[in-house]
Design a protein around this ligand. Structure first.
Ligand SMILES: [Zn+2]
Length: 138
């Protein structure tokens, strides 16, 4: 079996988007009240973890001489690409207060990032609502 170079074969493609599938299941679990909170919480946690640490977004770390930053694929919204200096770039931005705004802008920097951000945010809220009884008025 040939793999497609350094991108990790099949995982470089649609496999990386399993979080969106989990997100769709999450929506289905919300619509179908028989699913129960345990399933909703599990799916929410999965999608949040995916969007933070695994989703195929662009790295965007600042690169000397490039206005648009690093174009490598990153692992999730909180991690950078395989370059060591980029790996923790986004987490560092979250800690440095004056860079938080830049980090937030990066969350919607392109179509992929926006999808991942919305999926992560939606799932986070969904998990919160499922965990805290009484938040949803039935
Ligand atoms: Zn990078």
């Amino acid at each position: 079996m040939a793999t497609s170079g350094a991108r990790g074969g099949r995982l470089g493609g649609l496999g990386q988007w399993w979080g969106v599938l989990a997100g769709a299941l999450l929506v289905a679990a919300w619509v179908n009240s028989a699913a129960g909170p345990a399933l909703v919480i599990t799916l929410s946690a999965l999608v949040v973890l995916w969007s933070f640490f695994q989703a195929p977004v662009t790295c965007n770390a600042p690169v000397r001489g490039r206005a648009d930053g690093c174009r490598n694929n990153a692992s999730g919204l909180l991690l950078g690409c395989h370059i060591r200096q980029h790996r923790w770039q986004k987490l560092k931005m979250l800690i440095v207060r004056r860079q938080v705004r830049a980090f937030c802008a990066g969350l919607f920097s392109d179509g992929k990032a926006t999808v991942v951000t919305l999926a992560g945010a939606g799932s986070f809220i969904s998990g919160l609502v499922a965990l805290v009884p009484g938040v949803v008025v039935h």
